[in-house]
Design a protein around this ligand. Structure first.
Ligand code: UD1
Ligand code: CA
Length: 449
């Protein structure tokens, strides 16, 4: 039997932020989500999250997670005090309790699995994950012998000068035999520099405690401030890019690009410098993205070229060319083989196949047919000052340069709109619409006239 408990009640004072620490994000996921995710594969019988500071916010952020049991810690008197709060809910529980700090976001599932296996094979009362850090400052130091037995953990603030030299650090990830921990957890005192009840003191009170050293110390980096947040972001980004490169994505300058762990890329995608993916993105085979692009919560089918542009909540079908300098806003759907060009903004609109919107246009709340040519500077005037109105354009229609289509309006198929027209009445199929003042040319007369 296994129970997992994540400690997420602290404020994270050192973050200097209105947001609770565990709700800061790395590669698009909150710290707490990432910690929970790293344990998912263990399929524990019990999921516990200790919440306290802004507990509603933390709980709400995890509303998509099934089966979480939130335990309140109020006030927050330390990590040992946080675990004391579990006594009631684990009253009947027989088995191992995996405790993780909520601010250790780079843990790999494999490492946690190894910790559990070590713990069980040694029949230990407690096993903790430790790391040898070049700069151990701020971390609890693990006092252990050569056989991996742990005597105690001393917090950085409570270390003597000599103890500070020890670079074997506590990562804040532990496995306990619950019935053993349960016996001593109330005995912890707050006799330390911070006057907090430390979970780390439980180690000294338990016999048969061991540590497992992580191979990659980066995995157990904890986050206490914004510098550590940025360091972890960088590591997470590198990890993601490396993963996708092994899956066949080509990054021209990897370090200049960012993604999230909810992005999926096909084969032979090329990502040019300064391209960024946010939220949940799906990028099909052979797409070419960038340079200088931002794609957010969007799907691109295969072979889309997307340069110097932005897309948010958009769907782009195969073989479409977007950019340079296009802005596709939420609700945009572009069908196959369209060309969306220079300085074009599209919002909440459906564009059918092989249509070109190539220069300087705004298309909003519109449905545009197949093989349409939207001339340079064509604007859908969708807002009448009160509400947004629809523009509908049929197949093979051509709009002249600088035409304004004043919505609500329906333009038929195979229509030609004359350049410079302001169209405010529906236009039937196969007609020419001209709506502009007639040109007047006057001969230049003598100045006195
Ligand atoms: C803790 C460990 C330290 C270890 C380090 C690893 C203790 C006493 N120290 O220190 O040995 O090297 O993590 O990163 O455990 N929390 C609560 N309730 C509280 C206090 C904290 O739930 O009353 C939660 C926090 O939200 C956080 C986690 O526990 O997610 C760790 O707390 P934090 O204050 O960051 O501990 P550290 O000082 O980093
Ligand atoms: Ca910490």
């Amino acid at each position: 039997m296994l129970a997992v408990a994540v400690l997420a009640a602290g404020q994270g004072t050192r973050m200097k932020s209105a947001l609770p620490k565990v709700l800061h994000t790395i590669a698009g996921s909150t710290l707490i989500e990432r910690v929970l995710q790293s344990c998912r594969g263990l399929h524990p019988e019990e999921w516990l999250v200790v919440v306290g500071h802004q507990s509603e916010l933390v709980q709400e952020s995890l509303s998509n997670w099934q089966g979480l049991n939130f335990v309140r810690q109020s006030p927050q008197l330390g990590t040992g005090h946080a675990v004391q709060q579990l006594q009631e809910v684990l009253n009947e529980f027989q088995g191992d309790l995996l405790v993780l700090n909520g601010d250790v976001p780079l843990l790999q599932p494999e490492t946690i699995k190894q910790l559990l296996e070590t713990h069980r094979s040694k029949n230990a009362n407690a096993t903790l994950l430790a790391a040898r850090l070049t700069d151990p400052e701020g971390y609890g130091r693990v006092i252990a012998n050569d056989q991996g037995r742990v005597k105690a953990i001393i917090e950085d603030r409570d270390c003597s000068k000599a103890e500070k030299e020890n670079n074997l650090t506590n990562s804040g990830v532990y496995c306990f035999k619950w019935n053993q921990l349960n016996k001593i957890i109330t005995k912890l005192s707050n006799n330390n520099n911070q006057k907090e009840i430390y979970l780390t003191d439980a180690i000294e009170l338990l016999s048969e405690t061991f540590y497992l050293e992580v191979k990659d110390p980066n995995e157990v980096k904890g986050i206490n401030n914004k510098m550590q947040l940025a360091e972890c972001e960088e590591l997470a980004q590198k990890r993601l890019r490396n993963h996708w490169m092994t899956e066949g994505v080509k990054f021209i300058l990897p370090s200049s690009c960012t993604l999230t762990d909810k992005c999926v890329f096909g084969k032979d995608v090329i990502v040019e410098p300064q391209s960024h993916f946010r939220g949940k993105c799906e990028i099909g085979d052979s797409c070419k993205i960038g340079p200088n692009s931002l794609i957010e919560n969007s799907k691109l089918e295969k072979n889309v070229t997307f340069s110097y542009s932005i897309a948010n909540e958009s769907y782009i079908c195969s073989d479409v060319k977007v950019g340079p300098f296009s802005h596709l806003r939420p609700g945009t759907h572009i069908s196959t083989k369209c060309k969306i060009g220079n300085f074009v903004e599209i919002k909440k609109s459906k564009v059918d196949r092989e249509t070109n919107i190539n220069h300087l246009s705004y298309i909003g709340d519109s449905v545009i047919g197949k093989n349409v040519n939207i001339g340079a500077g064509t604007i859908t005037a969708n807002y009448d000052g009160v509400k947004k109105n629809k523009t509908i354009i049929g197949d093979q229609t051509k709009t002249g340069a600088n035409s304004v289509l004043i919505a609500p309006i329906k333009i038929g198929s195979r229509v030609t709109i004359a350049a410079g027209s302001a169209i405010n009445k529906d236009v039937n199929d196969e007609s020419l619409a001209i709506a502009r003042p007639k040109q007047i040319v006057k001969n230049k007369l003598h100045e006195s006239d």
